[in-house]
Design a binder for this molecule. Structure first.
Ligand code: SF4
Length: 351
């Protein structure tokens, strides 16, 4: 190996690093809480509050990703630049990396790109801008996200949640959009096949026609080649409330509960089986384990949330709690393309 050691060194420990203290929340960490209609269980969408708490408090990561994971994250930026070049050639590109700041929630974000709606270019007259958020994914064609699968074609919930604050921010400026809804295209592209899918996200209700709506009335709507979907479980109020809660945790110097699980309980596994949310293989393994352990004293199946499996603070968070490594973690990987905006100056949480 001639290059590997030096490459790993520069990838994991770049000579120029941003070591500023995080002083704002980022839309890429947007999250909300809902209830899974099939299991009746609480379900988190997006970033774990406890994970954000560790980052803000400056807790040293116990499980930082390896060099390959870091490259995957950076690949998102490379793909964004490639697609933007094509958009420029098509005469559609308008701007890149524009910033927003929502003081009420100390929210600092950066929108990947803006394009002109081709329809408005073709007809002449006022040109209408549309935001674009790029997301790359490693899995072949990403069934249900890039390719229609079992009637489903939707972006990941966390990607939808991320763009709602952008849409909210720009809803203040309806004049920019000449009567058209404020929209953001979540452009998802597979790193392996380079196939892609566009999901157009906008805010539900009639706020986009100039009628102000309360946050609780505003939810995500997604349009793509499979149709129009109202995601009423992803609301602006739900997203903003989570950052308000985190601020309160920080102010009170309390650590938030875990939003995800490194290992599901047997009770949860049984509910997932009942809701048809596990593979046939997993259902078979659980049935076999249940026979030998009907009282559920042991772990029926090593399985948990990928969010914990990929978390930089996994060991710290589960210190003293013994688990087998859940196998679901190997099936998922973080999406690339989320850029971290530069922090702003006002402190968050602690006073
Ligand atoms: S390990 Fe899981 S619960 Fe703990 S901070 Fe990370 S994502 Fe949250």
């Amino acid at each position: 190996m001639i290059l590997t050691d030096k490459l790993k060194q520069v990838i994991l420990h770049p000579p120029v690093r941003d070591i500023r203290h995080q002083t704002a929340y980022y839309p890429s960490s947007a999250s909300c809480i809902t209830v899974d209609p099939d299991t009746g269980l609480r379900k988190a969408i997006g970033s774990c509050l406890r994970k954000q708490w560790y980052a803000i408090k400056g807790v040293t990561p116990t499980d930082p990703g390896d060099s390959a994971n870091q490259l995957k994250k950076e690949m998102g930026g490379v793909i964004q630049a490639l697609i933007e070049d094509k958009l420029k050639a098509a005469g559609l590109w308008m701007a890149s990396e524009t910033r927003i700041w929502i003081p009420k929630y100390k929210l600092s974000g950066r929108i990947d790109s803006w394009v002109w709606d081709p329809k408005t270019l073709d007809r002449g007259g006022a040109k209408v801008p549309i935001m674009v958020e790029f997301k790359s994914t490693g899995r072949f064609q990403e069934p249900g996200t890039i390719k229609l699968s079992k009637g489903k074609l939707l972006p990941k919930d966390e990607h939808v949640a991320q763009v709602l604050p952008y849409l909210d921010f720009y809803s203040q400026y309806p004049g920019y959009f000449h009567g058209e809804p404020v929209r953001c295209i979540v452009f998802v592209i597979g790193r392996d096949s380079m196939e892609w899918c566009e999901h157009v996200v906008f805010l539900g209700g009639s706020g986009h026609f100039g009628m102000p709506l309360k946050e609780e009335d505003r939810y995500a709507i997604v349009q793509n080649q499979a149709g129009t979907f109202q995601l009423k479980y992803i609301t602006l109020k739900g997203i903003y409330n989570r950052w308000l809660q985190l601020t309160e945790f920080l102010r009170q110097k309390q650590i938030p509960d875990r939003d995800y699980e490194l290992q599901y309980s047997n009770d949860k596994l049984a509910k997932l089986v009942g809701a048809g949310q596990l593979s046939k293989t997993d259902v078979g393994k659980i049935a076999k384990a249940q026979k030998g352990d009907p009282e559920g004293k042991g772990c029926w199946l090593p399985k948990g949330d990928w969010q914990c499996g990929w978390c930089d603070w996994k060991t710290h968070c589960y210190q003293g709690i013994k688990h087998k490594q859940p196998d679901i973690i190997a099936q998922e990987q973080p999406s690339a393309g989320v850029s971290t905006p530069a922090p702003v100056t006002e402190p968050i949480g602690e006073t």
